[in-house]
Design a protein around this ligand. Structure first.
Ligand code: PMP
Length: 281
């Protein structure tokens, strides 16, 4: 599949990244994953806002003008020959002999274009399972940093347990999933972790909040504890790749009657409408 590295379009298997590259050696960079539905990038501006914010938060000198950066994305989409795809992009602190101190080097920009990461459709229909896992990450999870080791380890634990996701908790309260935001529904109210340094401000979360507002469903940002998770009427997670995914079992406890609930269904439907109708800049 097609990819981009520092000014050139390449094949994603081409060996273009040198050993002394800080994304490779330190995970010293930030990233985004943007989904393109029917050739239209979904919530592109929001993703780019977050990318520039993340870069700034780690003092990455990513000063590429936004329009020319978007031009690269559009060219990559075009070259992919795909209508529905995931565009992954990362910006790192560039190439320099390995040394913790910031190098005097230009940032590296890489991107890939791939067909949708497939999530089994029956999970979206019947709901998925999750485990609980302690949140062992750092204090700046609002940054979409390349450093994902705690997320990877927790997700692998979930996978070993036959589950899709690990729901993380800190001080007895849910934070988010390893690559998703998490929500409970109680008495027809959506409740989700308030934005803070402890979670990523999901773009899909933003979409769900908007859908809830338009459908006059209360959307409450509040700390949810583990008991409240178990006693929820419905639970779901969201992300760019998972969209709105019902969670019907956490550990060995069924949520509600173990079926996706009506509000999660409604949100799934409305989200799908957004992805099929939104025209992005
Ligand atoms: N939290 C974490 C830790 C993530 O990695 C992701 C996926 N990027 C999300 C939440 C969901 O964010 P989004 O809806 O923007 O994909």
């Amino acid at each position: 599949s097609v990819a981009y590295f520092n000014g050139t379009f390449v094949d994603s298997n081409d060996p273009v990244v040198p050993i002394d590259e800080r994304g490779h050696q330190f995970g010293d960079g930030v990233y985004e994953l943007i989904r393109i539905y029917n050739s239209k990038p979904f919530m592109l501006e929001e993703h780019l806002d977050r990318l520039y914010m993340s870069a700034k938060a780690i003092a990455l000198p990513f000063d590429q003008e936004r329009e020319s950066f978007k031009e690269i994305i559009f060219q990559l989409i075009e070259r992919s020959g795909l209508d529905n795809l995931d565009v992954y992009m990362q910006i790192t602190r560039g190439m320099a002999p390995r040394n913790h101190l910031f190098p005097d080097a230009p940032v590296s920009i890489s991107m890939t274009a791939k067909p949708f990461r497939s999530i089994p459709p029956e999970l979206r229909e019947k709901g998925a399972k999750a485990i609980l896992h302690p949140d062992e990450r750092w204090m700046n999870c609002y940054i979409k940093s390349l450093n994902l080791l705690p997320n990877i380890l927790a997700k692998q634990e979930a996978h070993k347990a036959g589950c899709l996701e690990a729901i993380l908790h800190r001080d007895g309260k849910l934070t988010e999933g390893t690559s998703t935001n998490v929500y409970v529904i109680k008495d027809s109210r959506i409740q989700t972790t308030p934005l803070s340094r402890h979670i990523l401000a999901g773009i899909t979360r933003m979409a769900v909040q908007k859908i809830a507002m338009e459908a006059a469903i209360p959307f409450e940002e509040k700390h949810v504890d583990i008991e409240e998770l178990y006693e929820a009427d419905e639970v779901f997670i969201t992300s760019t790749t998972n969209e709105v995914m019902p969670i019907v079992q956490v550990g060995d406890k069924l949520i509600g009657d173990g079926q996706p609930g009506p509000m999660t269904r409604l949100l799934q439907r409305h989200f799908q409408e957004l992805t099929t109708t939104t025209v992005s800049a």
